[in-house]
Structure formats: C-alpha cells, structure tokens
Design a protein around this ligand. Structure first.
Ligand SMILES: Cc1cc2nc3c(=O)[nH]c(=O)nc-3n(C[C@H](O)[C@H](O)[C@H](O)COP(=O)(O)O)c2cc1C
Length: 261
C-alpha cells in the first residue's frame, strides 16, 4: 500500500461526506455487474472447524440493556479465569453474528453496516477459552463456527508487540482482531468506502463492550497498534485485507471503576 500524504485538511475532508459528490457511482463494480465478494473468506481445505453453541442452545443469561450501557467502561486488567466457549460464541454473535442469509454475498448481521457490505473478518488470539487450545482462530459468521488458523509460539509476546507494548492485549482470555476486506464495501461505494468502514468498526466494538458487560467480562478498544506486526500476526497481505481494530477480552474483577486508568 503506497503511503499518501495526510494533512489536517485531507484528514478533516475524509470525515465529511464530500467524496460522495465525486465518486462516479455508474462505474462501481456493482454498477458494472461484477459479482459482489463473498461475505466470509473461504475456509482452507483440511481446516479444523470448531462449531459454536448457538443462541437457542446457550445458557447466557438475559441481561438488562440499561445496566450494560450505564456500566460500560474500558478494562485493561483481567483475571486469570477462562471464558467458556458459550461466552465466546455470545461475544462473536453480538459483534458479527448473522441474522439472515440472502446469498453468499449478502447477509444481515447483529450490527449495522453501510450498504449491508460487512467488510470485517474477526480473528481471535485465544489464550484462555475453555475447550480451545491457545492459538489463532477466525470466526465464520455464516456457519457460526471457528476455523483454526494456526498455532503461534509466544503468541502473547507477539500480540503485545503488535499492540505497541500494550501488555493487556496478551494478558486477555481472548483478543479480537478485526481486519477489513475493503473490496466488499468498494464493490458498492468505491472511494466513498473508507469513512463508512471506519464507522462500521465502531458499531462492532461497541457491541463487544456491551456484550462483555452482560457476562462479567471487560474489553478495551485498541486503535494504537503496529500495522505491519498486526497484519503479520493474522497473516493478511496488508493491502486487500488489513487490521483495523483490536479488542482484548477477559473476566474482570468486580467493578474496577477508575482504578485501571
Ligand atoms: C477508537 C478508539 C481507540 C482506542 N484505542 C485505545 C488504545 O489503543 N489503547 C487503550 O488503552 N485504549 C484505547 N481506547 C480506549 C479509550 O482510551 C477509552 O474509551 C477512553 O479512555 C474512555 O474510557 P471508557 O471507555 O472507560 O469510557 C480507544 C477507544 C476508542 C474508541
């Protein structure tokens, strides 16, 4: 990816919607009749697939939305407890779960996405999830399952380095690493994709915060990461697909309040 010059002017411009006045929507891949990219990356042959408990089978207690919103805060300290596979399934459903499948390139999820394009993949650096060996996994939203990507020796140290030394990323029970497959959004919005992809990511992470509140877990959004190390960790090319957001999750001590700031 070439490095453009970003100035205050261009940065502020990016946050406006002026780009929509400039894009020729008659020439987008969608308008040219190109097939949309699939909503989920393919599963490599001979992969280990781990089915996840579904919403109608899990025992996650119902929670009070007002309480979750009122209590939401960033957590950077976690206990050494594991989270259950059900709890992980709940967090994945809350952040990227599929509600309706129209076809392989169009699904509705538990989060909104501009033009329903859903550009994200969810990678998991698993440290303490009951029933899962530590390692790197990827969520398969359409199948509501995990695919084991690979084992990574010294995963905690690599992840901490990828998060610019923010050690809590490697001390979590599981750390969510979201990448963007920008072609999914570019198919409809071309150059008008990038601001809405950033907005989409916020919805995903906010759902993670609220879902964590519901099960005695905590998380903290991480946008200060090392792009190359993060992309290397999840083995993406850094161009067609690249890391956009990271969120470590773990059980938290009873209401930590301002203590960890
Ligand atoms: C886009 C974004 C990026 C963030 N990046 C980091 C980060 O890299 N490291 C960190 O410790 N906290 C990060 N945070 C968490 C904020 O510091 C935190 O939300 C803020 O201090 C307010 O605290 P609260 O979430 O507990 O209300 C980020 C939050 C957002 C929304």
């Amino acid at each position: 990816m070439n490095k453009p010059t970003i100035t205050t002017e261009s940065g502020r411009y990016f946050l406006t919607d002026r780009i929509r006045e400039e894009v020729n929507f008659r020439t987008t891949p969608q308008s040219r009749g190109v097939r949309p990219p699939p909503v989920q990356k393919p599963i490599p042959a001979n992969s280990r697939i781990i089915p996840l408990p579904s919403r109608d089978s899990w025992c996650i207690p119902q929670s009070d939305l007002q309480t979750a919103i009122a209590n939401r805060e960033s957590h950077r300290q976690f206990t050494t407890e594991s989270i259950s596979l059900e709890e992980l399934a709940f967090l994945l459903w809350a952040t990227q779960g599929v509600r309706t499948v129209f076809h392989e390139a169009a699904v509705l999820r538990t989060v909104p996405s501009a033009g329903c394009r859903h550009p994200f993949e969810t990678y998991l650096a698993v440290f303490r999830v009951a029933g899962l060996e530590p390692g790197l996994y990827r969520y398969l939203p359409v199948d509501h399952a995990l695919v084991h990507e690979r084992d990574i020796p010294n995963l905690s140290a690599h992840l901490t380095a990828a998060c610019r030394g923010q050690a809590f990323a490697g001390q979590a029970a599981v750390t969510f690493i979201w990448t963007a497959v920008t072609a999914r959004t570019e198919w409809r919005y071309a150059e008008a994709s990038y601001k809405v992809i950033a907005l989409d990511a916020g919805h995903v992470c906010q759902n993670l915060y609220l879902a964590c509140e519901a099960i005695g877990c905590g998380t903290c959004a991480i946008a200060a990461y090392n792009q190359s190390l993060a992309d290397e960790l999840v083995a993406v090319d850094g161009n067609e697909e690249f890391t956009v957001y990271i969120a470590p999750v773990g059980k938290v001590p009873e209401r930590s309040g301002m203590a960890d700031r």
